[in-house]
Design a protein around this ligand. Structure first.
Ligand code: ADP
Ligand code: MG
Ligand code: MG
Length: 869
C-alpha cells in the first residue's frame, strides 16, 4: 500500500484516501493555482496507526521521510537548516470536513538554531520570533496537551505591561523574551526541554493529528453529523507561507457567495500581518474582504479570479482560505461551503439558471432535513441576541412561538377565543389537553422526553414544543412558573419558546414567517417533476390537511379518527358509548357521535378535492377516553344519571396491564362491532355528501392492528355491508377501498393471506418497530439513548427505520402481498415516512407512497426525488 501522496499525485476524486483538504490541495495544484507544495499522509495510515496500538509503523515513517526529502529538494530548503530553513504546517484533513474540530500545527521546523536561519533568510527578525512563539504554543497545545491559556496569559501580561493593544505591537525583543518564557512553560508542563530535532517535531505532530480524530469535540461533531468513526483523518504536510511578515502580508477566509442567504457576492474577512487562526480567534477585528481592493488592488483582482475559477471548477459555492506573503497570493484550502437551507436553495437554483449544473444536480445539493429550517417560523437573529434567556429544555418540535402563558387547556381555549396568543404550559400534557394544544401557539412542558405525548402530538401538528424543561418549576395550581433564583412568571405573562433549540425566553421575541415561494418553490417544482413516489400526509382535521396541501401533499395517508373523539363537545357522548352496558345503549350513544364524524369526514373530503383519503378506524384502548379525576367523574355521572361508583368500576374494568398490546385496534371492532359500523357509515355518508356537492372523493378505509387474516375478513364484511347499505339508501355509488395497516410482525409474515382480503397495505412502522423490537414506545426513551451512545444500535429505530430488521419485515410484507395481488397498493405511515433515509428505503422497496406529518411533506418530497436520481 502507498501511504503518502505528494500534492502533484492526487485529485479531488481521492477524498476518501486523502481527506477533503488533501484531495482539494492536490486538485488546486493540478489546475495551476498557487498552492504551497507538500504531501498528504492517507486516512489508511491513520487507521493503520490505530490498528497498531497507536504506533506509526517503520514502513510508513520511511515513506514520509522520502516525501519530505522530495519536498526539501523542490523548495530548495531543508527542515531545521540554520541558513534558510524549510517550515511546514501539519494539517488534519478528514474525508467530510469538520471545521475546527481537529488540530493543525503551523511553523514546524523552528528551533533555537533555525530561527536564526529564518532571520537571515528573510531579514525579518520580528517575523521569525513571532513564528517561533506561535509554533511553541501550537505544538505544546496540540501535541503535548499543554493548555493554551498558559501561553495566552504570558502574552496578555506582556501586552499589559507594555501598554500594547494588539499582538502586532509586540517588538522583536518582546517576542524573544516570550519565546524563552514559552519554552519554560513547556519544560515545566511536559518535564523535558522543547524538542529541537525537527524530525522528532514532525513525527510527534503527525501522531497528534491522528489522535485528534478521537478528541471529544470531533466525536460529538461526527455524531451530530452522522459521520462514521471508522473513516480516520489524513494529515497534510505543507510548506509554510507567511501572512505575518508585515504590512504587505496577511491572511483570510472567503466564501464565493453569502453562506447565510446565497447571495452571489464574495463574502469574507482578512487581517493584515497575521497568521492562521488570527482571523477567527477574534484578537483583532478582521476587515471585510471588499476593502482588500483598496489595500492591495492587484492581489484583490487575482483573488477574485481564483474564487471564480474555483467555483466554476467545483460547480458549487466554495469556502476558501488564503494567505498573502509579501504581496504574493497563496491558496491554502477550498471546500464546498457550509450553508443554511435558504442559501443552499438559492445557490442551487442560481447555478441551474446559469447553466452550470442541471436540475437533478440541484435537487441533490439540498439536504432534505435542512428544509426543516424553512418550514417553521423562526425568531429573528437580531431579536434573539437581545432576548432574555431563562431556561433550556428539549427541542421537541421545531419552530418559534410566543404568547401569554396559560396553565391548562381550557384557559388557553378561552384566551384564544378572546383574541390572545397563548402558550400552553404544563407539567406534562395528556390527551385531554389536545384542544388547548391545537389552539396554543406553542407548548412548554417541564417533564417528558422527545417522545412524550406533548412532543409527539406537537410534531404531528407542526406546532412548536419545548419539552422536559427541568430548569423551570411549573405550579399548575398557583398558575405560575418559577425560573432561576427569583423569577416568577404568572398567568398572562409573555414567554417565547424555540422548539428548534429548546430555549425559553422572557417576553415577546420577534418572528419571521414561513413561505414556500421564490427559489424554494422553483426547486420544489423540479422535485415534483423528478420524483416517482407519491407523498401523502398524516392529517386528522381539515386544517392540517389544508396546510399539507400547501406543502405539496398528494393525499392523506393516515387520518386518525380518535383525535376527533377527544374534542370537548364530543367527549361526553364518547364516554357514554364506552360506559354503556347494552348494545342498545351503545348504539344510542353512537347515534350522537355519527353526525359529528360525518361532518369531520365531509370537511376533510372537501379540502382534499379528489385526492385519496385514508381513514383509519378507531385504534386506542377505550380507557384512554375515560375521565380520571373525581370532579369530571361526578359531572359525568350526573349528566348520565348513573352513580359515580358505576363509572369508577367501569374504569377499573377497562384498565389493562399492557394497553399497547391489549384491547385496541381491530380488536375493538371485533368486540364492539357497533363502533366500526358507525364509523363506516360516517365515512360513506360524508363521502356521499361531498359527491352531492360535486366534489370527487377517494375514500380508503383502513383497519388497524390486524395480525391474522380472519380479523380482517370479519371486519371487511361488516364495513362492506354498511357502506353498501348507505349507498343504497342514498342512491349514490362511490368507489372505495378497504385495506389494513401492517404493523404486527405476524401480519408481515402472513401478508400473502392478508392481501387476499385487502385492497391496500399501509405499513405502520411505529407499532411495527415497537412490536418487532419489543421496545415500548413510551418507555424506550429510558434506555435507547444509552443504546445509541454505546453503539449497540446505530440510531434510534423510532426515528430512523431499522432497515436490517424492521425494514426486512416491510420488504417481506410487500413481497408476499404483491405475490398474490400484483396491483396491491403499498404505503407507509408513521414518523419514518418523513425521514429521508427511510423514504429512500421505501422507494427501493417499491412502495407507492410515503405519508408524514404536514410540515415534513416537502422534506419527504425532496428525499423521494433524491431516491429516484
Ligand atoms: P482547519 O481545518 O481547522 O481549518 P487548517 O489546516 O485549514 O485547519 O489550518 C488553519 C489555518 O492555518 C489555515 O486557514 C491557514 O490560515 C493556516 N495554514 C495552514 N497551513 C498553512 C501553510 N502551509 N502556510 C500558511 N498558513 C497555513
Ligand atoms: Mg481550514
Ligand atoms: Mg399503530
Amino acid at each position: 500500500t502507498k501511504y503518502v501522496y505528494s500534492f502533484k499525485e492526487g485529485s479531488k476524486e481521492m477524498k476518501s484516501l486523502l481527506g477533503g483538504k488533501g484531495a482539494n490541495l492536490a486538485e488546486m495544484t493540478k489546475i495551476g493555482l498557487p498552492v504551497p507544495q507538500g504531501f498528504t499522509i492517507t486516512t489508511d495510515a491513520c487507521n493503520d496507526y490505530y490498528d497498531n496500538d497507536k504506533v506509526i509503523r517503520a514502513e510508513i515513517v520511511a515513506e514520509i521521510e522520502e516525501h519530505l526529502a522530495e519536498l526539501e529538494e523542490l523548495q530548495g530548503k531543508k527542515l531545521g537548516c540554520t541558513k534558510n530553513p524549510l517550515l511546514v504546517s501539519v494539517r488534519s484533513g478528514a474525508v467530510f470536513s469538520m471545521p475546527g474540530m481537529m488540530d493543525t500545527i503551523l511553523n514546524l521546523g523552528l528551533n533555537d538554531d533555525s530561527v536564526i536561519g529564518l532571520c537571515e533568510a528573510t531579514q525579518n527578525e520580528r517575523f521569525a520570533y513571532d513564528s517561533y512563539r506561535r509554533f511553541i504554543q501550537m505544538f505544546s497545545d496540540v501535541a503535548m496537551e499543554v493548555p493554551k491559556y498558559k501561553f495566552e496569559n504570558v502574552l496578555d501580561r506582556v501586552k499589559e505591561e507594555k501598554g500594547y493593544k494588539f499582538d502586532t505591537d509586540l517588538t522583536t525583543e518582546d517576542l524573544k523574551g516570550i519565546v524563552e518564557e514559552f519554552k519554560g512553560i513547556y519544560k515545566k508542563e511536559v518535564g523535558e526541554d522543547f524538542p529541537q530535532d525537527p524530525k522528532k517535531q514532525l513525527m510527534l505532530a503527525i501522531e497528534a493529528v491522528f489522535r485528534s480524530w478521537n478528541n471529544p469535540r470531533a466525536i460529538v461533531y461526527r455524531k451530530l453529523n452522522d459521520i462514521s468513526n471508522k473513516l480516520g483523518t489524513a494529515v497534510n504536510i505543507q510548506s509554510m507561507v507567511f501572512g505575518n511578515m508585515g504590512q504587505t502580508s496577511g491572511t483570510g477566509v472567503a466564501f464565493t457567495r453569502n453562506p447565510a442567504t446565497g447571495e452571489n457576492k464574495l463574502f469574507g474577512e482578512y487581517l493584515i500581518n497575521a497568521q492562521g487562526e488570527d482571523v477567527v480567534a477574534g484578537i483583532r477585528t478582521p476587515q471585510n474582504i471588499s476593502t482588500l481592493k483598496d489595500v492591495m488592488p492587484e492581489i484583490y483582482d487575482q483573488f477574485v479570479k481564483v474564487t471564480q475559477i474555483l467555483e466554476n471548477h467545483y460547480r458549487d459555492m466554495q469556502d476558501i482560505e488564503f494567505t498573502i506573503e509579501n504581496e504574493k497570493l497563496f491558496i491554502l484550502q477550498t471546500r464546498n461551503g457550509k450553508r443554511t437551507a435558504k442559501a443552499a436553495i438559492n445557490v442551487a437554483v442560481d447555478l441551474v439558471e446559469s447553466g452550470i449544473i442541471d436540475k437533478k444536480e440541484a435537487i441533490m445539493r439540498v439536504e432534505p432535513n435542512q428544509l426543516d429550517q424553512l418550514l417553521h417560523p423562526t425568531f429573528e437573529d437580531k431579536a434573539l441576541k437581545e432576548a432574555h434567556h431563562i431556561a433550556k429544555g428539549l427541542p421537541a418540535s421545531p419552530g418559534a412561538a410566543c404568547g401569554k402563558v396559560y396553565f391548562n387547556a381550557d384557559d388557553v381555549v378561552e384566551a384564544v377565543a378572546n383574541g390572545e396568543k397563548a402558550l400552553l404550559v404544563r407539567q406534562e400534557t395528556s390527551p385531554e389537553d389536545i384542544e388547548g394544544m391545537v389552539k396554543a401557539e406553542g407548548i412548554l412542558t417541564a417533564r417528558g422526553g422527545m417522545t412524550s405525548h406533548a412532543a409527539v402530538v406537537a410534531r404531528g401538528m407542526g406546532k412548536c414544543c419545548v419539552a422536559g424543561c427541568g430548569e423551570i418549576k411549573v405550579d399548575e395550581a398557583a398558575k405560575e412558573i418559577r425560573a432561576g433564583e427569583d423569577l416568577v412568571i404568572k398567568e398572562g405573562d409573555y414567554l417565547s419558546i424555540d422548539g428548534s433549540t429548546g430555549n425559553v425566553y422572557l417576553g415577546e421575541v420577534k418572528q419571521s414567517p414561513v413561505e414556500v415561494t421564490g427559489n424554494f418553490e422553483k426547486l420544489m417544482n423540479w422535485v415534483d417533476e423528478t420524483k416517482q413516489m407519491m407523498v401523502r400526509t398524516n392529517a386528522d382535521n381539515p386544517r392540517d390537511a389544508k396546510a399539507a396541501i400547501e406543502f405539496g401533499a398528494e393525499g392523506i395517508g393516515l387520518c386518525r379518527t380518535e383525535h376527533m373523539f377527544f374534542e370537548e363537545d364530543r367527549i361526553p357522548a364518547v364516554r357514554e358509548m364506552i360506559l354503556s352496558e347494552t348494545v342498545e345503549q351503545r348504539e344510542k350513544a353512537l347515534e350522537k357521535i355519527l353526525p359529528m364524524q360525518r361532518k369531520d369526514f365531509f370537511e376533510i373530503f372537501e379540502v382534499m378535492e379528489g385526492r385519496p383519503v385514508n381513514i383509519r378506524l378507531l385504534d386506542p384502548p377505550l380507557h384512554e377516553f375515560l375521565p380520571q379525576d373525581d370532579e369530571t367523574i361526578k359531572e359525568l355521572a350526573e349528566s348520565m344519571g348513573i352513580p359515580a361508583e358505576k363509572i369508577r368500576k367501569r374504569i377499573v374494568d377497562l384498565e389493562e396491564f399492557n394497553p399497547m398490546l391489549g384491547h385496541r385496534g381491530c380488536r375493538l371492532a371485533i368486540t364492539y362491532p357497533e363502533i366500526c359500523v358507525m364509523q363506516a357509515r360516517a365515512i360513506m355518508e360524508g363521502a356521499i355528501q361531498a359527491v352531492e356537492k360535486g366534489i370527487k372523493v377517494v375514500p380508503e378505509i383502513m383497519v388497524p392492528l390486524v395480525g391474522e387474516v380472519n380479523e380482517l375478513k370479519v371486519i371487511r364484511e361488516m364495513i362492506t355491508e354498511t357502506v353498501e347499505k348507505v349507498m343504497e339508501e342514498k342512491g349514490v355509488r362511490v368507489d372505495y377501498t378497504i385495506g389494513t395497516m401492517i404493523e404486527i410482525p405476524r401480519a408481515c409474515v402472513t401478508a400473502d393471506e392478508i392481501a387476499e382480503v385487502a385492497d391496500f397495505f399501509s405499513f405502520g412502522t411505529n407499532d411495527l418497530t415497537q412490536m418487532g423490537f419489543g421496545y415500548s414506545r413510551d418507555d424506550a426513551g429510558k434506555f435507547l439513548g444509552e443504546y445509541v451512545d454505546k453503539e449497540i444500535l446505530e440510531k434510534d429505530p423510532f426515528q430512523v427505520l431499522d432497515q436490517k430488521g424492521i425494514g426486512k419485515l416491510v420488504q417481506m410484507g410487500a413481497k408476499l402481498g404483491r405475490s398474490v395481488k400484483p396491483e396491491l397498493k403499498l404505503g407507509i405511515c408513521g414518523e419514518h415516512g418523513g425521514e429521508p433515509s427511510s423514504v429512500e428505503f421505501c422507494y427501493n422497496t417499491g412502495l407507492n407512497y410515503v405519508s408524514c406529518s404536514p410540515y415534513r411533506v416537502p422534506i419527504a418530497r425532496l428525499a423521494a426525488a433524491q431516491a429516484s436520481i
